[in-house]
Write a protein that binds this ligand. Sequence first.
Ligand code: NAD
Length: 479
Amino acid sequence: MPGPKRHIETRLLINGELVESEKTFDLINPATLEPVAKVYEASEADTNAAVAAAKASFPAWSALSVEQRAVPLKKLAQLIRENHDELASLEAMSMGRPVTHFFDAMEAASRIEHYAEAGYEVQGTTSIQTPGYVNMTFRQPYGVVAAIIPWNYPLLFLAGKLAPALITGNTVVLKSSEKAPLTSAKIATLVLEAGFPRGVFNIITGFGNISGSILSHHMDVRALTFTGSGRTGRLIQVAATKSNLKHVLLELGGKSPAIVFADADLDDAVAATVQSMKQNSGQVCMANSRIYVQDSIAEKFMAAYQKTFALVTMGDTLDPATNHGPQADAVQHETVLRYIEDGKKVGKLVVGGEAATEHDGFFIRPTIFTEAPEDSNIMKEEIFGPVVNINTFETEEEVLAKANDTEFGLYASVFTKDIDRAMRFAKGLESGVVGINCTSPTHMKDGPFGGYKSSGSGREGYRYSMENFLETKAVCIKL
Ligand code: NAD
């Protein structure tokens, strides 16, 4: 069970020390609107100090063996497991994830352990195909890596970025989101316990336009891994271009379609697509927020979907009975409500469509629209809330065109028992990840994750993440 509520004070982790900064901001619990934490905000000087510490610690860290670098990583994973309950309540109080839905600590620990074991997997090559020469490639760390993460799964993104960067010999400055800094701040204390050398892993909290922007422009940051919105991703890409052309990985937003054919297992399709929208109150980059159902089963699908989707228990996210959390903050809340009002003008509201005002927090009832025009903003833009559009289709050609008619390309699902059709869609969908009869790639432990089109550039996940943090050097030897 999570610990008692209390007022928290965070610190920045710079060069192996937990430090205060000049400015602080207050964090509000989005489920209760109570103030929960005083958060130290990284200034320009703090951000530069974190980069300087990472730069100074790079030569010694990169000179260690993989086994030596794995030691503090494995210890950190163990500490994360041991602190599961506290991390669950911190996430609940900062961005509103119900403690019952918190799987992140175990998943984060297992990701870190994976990388701690996988450090030798990405290697250079040797070629003797050129007469008179032996040609090789070396894979070498970039140096200082900056990681900028969003608020929706802070602990998972922290783990998924820091572990591959560190095991491959880079040093890291991680900036958590100003909306959800509490688990990262807790990890800062665990990093000290885990025994990382000073400066190897720095964690700062602050606002994007200050510390985020400084990291993006910094001449000593050689690679930057970002997860967040397309708007910020574009700013980071421009900053990298204007500064030192740092290597940039962008994991951005989505408007993921799910296509349900009449021959699909209806119960499975409903369960999977509801789950995709329900977790984190719709605040998931790959949530199936556009569902296309074949005409002949549309009525049945809608009835079953509505029944499960609308059935939620809202309340204090520290209460294990709560299974639907609030939107992360006032801005998210207002944005989602604005989209709902737009939806009412263009589509047919099936259920929900309002804030749950019986609660103090930023709660919104699960909302379903149907018959929204394909070119309306609720069909085209990422809402990032519990708002789903369910439209119908007749033919394969029609639905493939509709599914692909978007700037996004992060995730898509197709539900059918016809293997030929499933393969046609796997090939035809313009999406970085395609699920056939499933909606979540979290079980895809060894696959790449990333977006087509404006959903990002580059791939993360297991071996692919380590590739991101390694330069490739060609070495040729004349015999
Ligand atoms: P956001 O872009 O507003 O913020 C993300 C991070 O960027 C935060 O730490 C923020 O402080 C920082 N930032 C803001 N302005 C910056 C700037 N000018 N320079 C550098 N950094 C800056 O995104 P968000 O609201 O935190 O997260 C939601 C978005 O993230 C959604 O679009 C969602 O789809 C996307 N997302 C994508 C994935 C994925 O894997 N593709 C996963 C989760 C979330």
